[in-house]
Design a protein around this ligand. Structure first.
Ligand code: 16C
Length: 246
């Protein structure tokens, strides 16, 4: 059959065999499963989650958490986006080709390893937040379909070629999950005009070393809503006029 370039690179509906024989597979599978299961769990009545940003269908919650004076507030965001599918959302989040176009905290991104069509390892450096030292991160990224959900999970890892804390950067640690589900009116065929995708984005960033709590929480409060609004409208723009990929 004939495929466009984009179609071939969409997240595969089943796990790529090359991933299941990789040494990272047991960890990737376990953490992805945990993250996806927890992603859509309610924040409503649960203790400790506080709403800190609300705009249209977007709601962002955080739980204040400090370990040895370092802010590690877990974040959970819920959003609803029209006209794009869960699979398309995950395609743009996972594929490095688009990352500089929506990721505003990025300074550099290097592909460390292409494990399979659905898993990669990345090294990224981020813009410096004054007065803290610049940060970098090394993480695997995995996209999968799980029942009615498409999700990307990112989680920190190590690699001898990219040792932590040897240069100007302090290594931070991250666990992120973007989980998406598409719905359309009962009995109708999904089209760009009738689908809505629910998004759950969860993130925990351990800054890896000292950074002033006040500055960190201010950055957090500004950058997460900025990211989610920018990323979702970026995907809507990219998909506009293209055939729907479910
Ligand atoms: O999930 C997101 N992006 C993915 C693809 O890049 C991936 C990245 C995760 C890394 C998240 C850590 C970002 C740290 C940025 C620090 C510099 C920010 C400078 C901004 C000033 C212009 O999963 C989207 C990620 C959206 C990130 C929002 C910002 C979160 C800040 C949390 C505090 C970081 C501690 C830094 C210590 C100095």
């Amino acid at each position: 059959s004939v495929h466009t370039r984009d179609e071939v690179e969409l997240p595969p509906p089943a796990i790529d065999n090359r991933l299941t024989v990789h040494p990272l597979w047991p960890e990737i599978d376990r953490i992805s499963t945990e993250q996806i299961q927890a992603a859509f769990e309610g924040v409503g009545g649960e203790i400790g989650w506080q709403l800190f940003a609300e705009e249209g269908d977007m709601r962002m919650y955080r739980r204040e958490m400090e370990v040895d004076g370092m802010v590690m507030d877990p974040l959970k965001a819920m959003h609803k986006v029209r006209g794009v599918s869960a699979r398309e959302m995950c395609h743009y989040f996972f594929n490095p080709r688009y990352r500089y176009e929506w990721e505003t905290t990025l300074e550099t991104m290097t592909i460390v390893e292409e494990i399979s069509s659905d898993a990669m390892v990345f090294h990224q450096t981020f813009k410096r937040i004054w007065p803290a030292s610049q940060r970098d991160a090394l993480f695997w990224s995995h996209v999968r379909a799980d029942g009615d959900t498409y999700a990307v999970t990112n989680h920190s890892t190590t690699n001898n070629d990219y040792p932590a804390n040897t240069g100007a950067c302090i290594r931070l640690f991250v666990t992120v999950c973007l989980a998406c589900r598409t719905s359309c009116p009962a009995g109708e065929r999904p089209t760009r005009d009738n689908i809505t995708t629910s998004i759950a984005y969860c993130s925990t960033v351990n800054p890896g070393g000292w950074a002033p709590a006040g500055v960190l929480r201010a950055v957090y409060k500004r950058e997460y809503p900025k990211f989610l609004k920018r990323f979702t409208s970026y995907v809507q723009e990219q998909c506009h006029g293209k055939p729907l990929a479910m």
